[in-house]
Design a protein around this ligand. Structure first.
Ligand SMILES: [Fe+2]
Length: 247
């Protein structure tokens, strides 16, 4: 996981950026089909481009950005780290999350449909979702630095900005359909407060991993079989920067 400051420049050129309103990918993205990746989450590209940011929270995390995307790509940490999230998606506790079907969406517990403390919300599902999509949760990592988590009524979009080898700023945008935002009763706090807790839990463990890698006795880590997606991050970087650049 060694990462030299000079390589950070390369990554920052490759990042996906968007403005807070509307959700908007800039031409700075290189070689990635962002729209296709987002469409893979199950929301038609036309719908996701219509969403607007209702709230943004920025986090300063003492961790290399690759630790953060690796953490996003596995869920065996979910059981011990996210008890509140597991109340909404009990499947996160099972088999380290290794058997989750992200392509078709992760099921909530009975009666829950979204990522809030109650598992419910007053907001309507996005237009155009089918019956399954209205009750399941999907996620997608858009390489290299955009993580998207899709509930039927809101999207949490995380843009990672590496500032140092051991530090990343995360801009977390909460996206909603403009019809819902136009309502006088619109209140994003049910999703925002839930995610803020989950995000802080994730930041804490990423910082722990970073601290562990800084130990004098650390030499290398190991990928477990359920970490295939994290191995893909390594391949993604290796293809672009060369194997020696990522240790
Ligand atoms: Fe997590």
């Amino acid at each position: 996981m060694a990462f030299t400051p000079s390589k950070l420049v390369v990554i920052q050129i490759c990042v996906v950026n968007y403005f807070s309103d509307p959700f908007y990918a800039t031409p700075f993205r290189v070689g990635e089909t962002t729209a296709a990746s987002l469409a893979a989450t199950g929301i038609a590209a036309n719908d996701i481009w219509e969403l607007r940011t209702g709230r943004r929270i920025s986090y300063e995390v003492e961790s290399n950005w690759k630790c953060i995307v690796e953490n996003f790509n596995e869920c065996y940490h979910c059981g011990p780290v996210h008890p509140e999230l597991c109340e909404i998606v009990p499947a996160f506790r099972e088999a380290g999350g290794g058997e989750l079907d992200w392509e078709n969406g992760v099921p909530h517990r009975e009666g829950a449909t979204t990522f809030t403390f109650s598992g419910t919300t007053e907001r309507a599902p996005f237009p155009g979702l089918d019956e399954e999509e209205r009750v399941r949760h999907k996620g997608e990592l858009v390489y290299p630095n955009l993580m998207v988590s899709v509930s039927p009524d809101h999207v949490a979009a995380f843009t990672l900005w590496p500032t140092e080898a051991g530090h990343t700023r995360i801009d977390c945008d909460f996206l909603f359909h403009p019809d819902e935002m136009a309502k006088a009763s619109f209140d994003p706090s049910d999703a925002v407060e839930f995610w803020d807790l989950v995000n802080r839990q994730d930041s804490r463990i990423c910082e722990s991993v970073q601290a562990g890698m800084g130990s004098r006795v650390f030499s290398t880590g190991y990928y477990a079989p359920m970490e295939d997606w994290s191995m893909d991050i390594r391949r993604y970087l290796s293809d672009r920067l060369g194997p020696s650049a990522i240790g």
